[in-house]
Design a protein around this ligand. Structure first.
Ligand SMILES: CC(C)(COP(=O)(O)OP(=O)(O)OC[C@H]1O[C@@H](n2cnc3c(N)ncnc32)[C@H](O)[C@@H]1OP(=O)(O)O)[C@@H](O)C(=O)NCCC(=O)NCCS
Length: 172
């Protein structure tokens, strides 16, 4: 039984696109309209957009595999790739998604530890993320592993304005 983390490159585009759509759908489709979901999925996960993100030197994507099966993925950003102006001492976890059947088995925590390792290696002081206020499961997960709410900002899913809670953790 082995857990492996693999840094993604442009050859992983198609698999990244598939897992991004699958996990976003599974997480949010019950709480959002099909129109808004469709608009978001098309904008965020089209091939051109993902290719651009994979080529950005200030972003990194990782797959987490369990016994060679893809269990989830992580996207982290530094510097100007961060979705808020948090400065050069911060690292953003922009996406962390574990496929449904692999949830609650420690993979999310494993990816958070990976993000912290990257942040510490680059002498970052803070690790932060934005999470939809209605995503209670994720908020409970982040709280459990030591993140605290620091602020909130709005975000659009299709034409619906939603509130993202900003949570962060100071690194020592
Ligand atoms: C949120 C998510 C990343 C957590 O990953 P996970 O692999 O399911 O969580 P883990 O098994 O690593 O859990 C780590 C710890 O958090 C706790 N935890 C996880 N989910 C929890 C929940 N819903 N409520 C309370 N605690 C939770 C676990 O009990 C565990 O605690 P322990 O270390 O004391 O055993 C994952 O469930 C997921 O991908 N969800 C759907 C996508 C999503 O919402 N992503 C975040 C978008 S901002």
């Amino acid at each position: 039984m082995t857990v492996k983390i693999k840094k993604c490159n442009r050859d992983d585009l198609q698999i990244l696109q598939e897992i991004s759509i699958e996990t976003f759908n599974d997480t949010f489709k019950n709480q959002n309209s099909p129109e808004n979901m469709k608009a978001y999925l098309e904008r965020a996960f089209n091939s051109n957009q993902l290719e651009k993100e994979l080529s950005n030197i200030s972003s990194e994507f990782f797959f987490i595999c369990f016994n060679k099966e893809l269990a989830g993925y992580l996207k982290v950003n530094i510097n100007d790739a961060q979705s808020e102006k948090m400065g050069d001492e911060s690292l953003e976890i922009e996406r962390i998604y574990i496929r449904y059947k692999f949830q609650r088995k420690g993979f999310g925590k494993y990816l958070i530890n990976k993000a912290m390792e990257i942040a510490l290696r680059q002498n970052k002081k803070i690790i932060w993320l934005g999470v939809w206020e209605k995503n209670k499961k994720a908020i409970d997960f982040y709280k459990k592993i030591g993140f605290v709410q620091t602020e909130a900002h709005s975000f659009y899913l299709g034409d619906e304005e939603q509130i993202d809670v900003i949570m962060s953790k100071t690194l020592v």
